[in-house]
Design a protein around this ligand. Sequence first.
Ligand SMILES: Nc1ncnc2c1ncn2[C@@H]1O[C@H](COP(=O)(O)OP(=O)(O)OP(=O)(O)O)[C@@H](O)[C@H]1O
Ligand SMILES: [Mg+2]
Length: 275
Amino acid sequence: MRHRDSTAAAASAHRHGAGPQSGHSAHVRVSDLSHAYRRGGPLALGGVDLEVRPGEIAALVGRSGCGKSTLLHLIAGLATPTAGAVHINGARVTGPSPRWVMMFQAPSLFPWMTVAQNAALGLRFTRRAHLVAERIPRLLRLVDLAALADRNAQELSGGQQQRVALARSLATEPDLLLLDEPFSALDAFTRRALQADVRRIAGELGLTVILVTHDVGEAVAMADRAFVMAADPGRVVCETALAPASREPGTPAFEAERTRLATLYETHAARRDAA
Ligand SMILES: Nc1ncnc2c1ncn2[C@@H]1O[C@H](COP(=O)(O)OP(=O)(O)OP(=O)(O)O)[C@@H](O)[C@H]1O
Ligand SMILES: [Mg+2]
C-alpha cells in the first residue's frame, strides 16, 4: 500500500509553471509500470505509479537494487517495460528522444577534445551544428566553465567534467533531465555546489528533473518532492513534498527535513534491513 505523506503537501506548488521558459517543461506520468529483465524472471519493478509535474524536481530514493536506475531507463525509453506505460506530455514513450536526456555518474567525455567541443557533441550528433556558436558559449557561462572552454577535458577535475556533461545535456534544450546519481563520485563541497547549480539552472530553464540518489540530504537540497522506493519488486512506497525553506545544507530547517525524510525512508523502504 502506498503511503502518501501529507504533512508537507502544501509546499509542493511553489515551482510549477515558474520560470520564463516553462513551456519547455515535461509532464511525466508513470502508470502501473512493471519490468522483468528476463521473460518470467524476477520483477525489477512491480506496478510503479508516479507523476512528476512540469518544472518540478523529483527525487527517487531507495536502497541499492530497488530499481531506481531501471525506472529511469524506462522513463527515458532506453528499455521497453514488461507492462504499464510512461507518458511524457501525454505521448507514450516508445524510445529515446532529444526531448529528454540522461546524465550518469561518469561524465564520459572525450578526453582529447576541448570543453566546448565536448559540450557541442549532442548538437552535432543531432545535426544542429549551426546552433553551436550561439548556444555553447551561453551554456558554458551557465555552468561556470566559460574560462575553460578551450581546455582539454582530461585536464579538468571531476566536478568540472560533470559540469561539461551537464552543458552537453542541456545543449539540445531538453524538457526533461534524468539524473542517475550524477554527483556521487564527487567530494562533498563539489557535490553541494553542483546540487545548487543544477537546481538554479533547472529553474532558469523551466526544466523538469528526475534525480536518482541514495542520499536523502541530496534529495532535500535539490528536490521539490521525493518518492521513496522499496525492493522486490521495485515500487514506490511513499511520496512526500519537501519544504522549500529547507534547502540550505547546515541549517536547522535542512537538518529537520533530512531527518524527516530519513525516517520515512527507514519506515517504508528499509524495513527488511531492520528486521
Ligand atoms: N541488465 C540487467 N539484467 C538483469 N537484471 C538487472 C539488470 N539491471 C538491473 N538488474 C536487476 O534489477 C534490479 C534493480 O536494479 P537497478 O539497477 O534498477 O537498481 P538501483 O536501485 O538503481 O540500484 P543502485 O542504487 O545500486 O544503482 C536489481 O535486482 C538488479 O539486479
Ligand atoms: Mg542505480
